[in-house]
Design a binder for this molecule. Structure first.
Ligand SMILES: [Fe+2]
Length: 175
């Protein structure tokens, strides 16, 4: 819950600097940058923080594919494009999901409309953003390794998970 409050705070104060834009230019292709900038500002900011944390964590793992990890850190949440989740909706989703995850899962349904439908749609996006992101990445011609990591970033950990997925999960949880 504290992590969510922190995300909410950063969401309100998010500011992407010139250094961040330069960082994106180094690791992402023009098509990937378009996917990145299609996310709302708060999710862009979260993704940059995840990439920076991943950069710190990866120093302990010499075998990691650094380029792959940083690209996916920046792109892991592209399944949450701007316009689907407002800050208020995001906060409501966090609360419903925290107090009654089963109810929240039952409510999730795609299709925006009135406030109630927007809430249900927001829950749907929240629960399905890994597969939605994977599809968007595939359509944009993103490398299949990145696509798989986007699709897997919220599934339960398995012993055979790649080091890149393990670090991505850790970095995501810390932000
Ligand atoms: Fe995610």
């Amino acid at each position: 819950m504290f992590k969510r409050i922190k995300q909410f705070y950063f969401g309100l104060t998010a500011e992407i600097t010139k250094i961040d834009h330069d960082f994106l230019n180094v690791y992402l292709s023009p098509e990937e940058r378009e996917l990145f900038y299609n996310m709302d500002a708060a999710t862009q900011f979260h993704s940059i923080r995840v990439a920076k944390t991943a950069q710190q964590l990866m120093t302990r793992y010499p075998a990691v594919d650094k380029n792959l990890l940083l690209r996916v850190a920046l792109l892991h949440d592209i399944g949450k494009p701007a316009g689907h989740l407002t800050t208020i909706l995001r906060s409501l989703i966090v609360l419903i999901n925290h107090f009654s995850p089963n109810f929240a899962h039952k409510l999730a349904r795609p299709g925006r409309g009135n406030r109630w439908n927007n809430l249900r749609h927001g829950l749907y996006i929240q629960y399905n953003h890994p597969s939605i992101g994977g599809e968007l990445a595939k359509k944009a011609g993103v490398d299949s390794q990145v696509v798989t990591l986007i699709e897997d970033h919220h599934r339960l950990a398995k012993p055979e998970d790649s080091i890149e997925l393990t670090i991505l999960r850790k970095a995501d949880n810390l932000n």
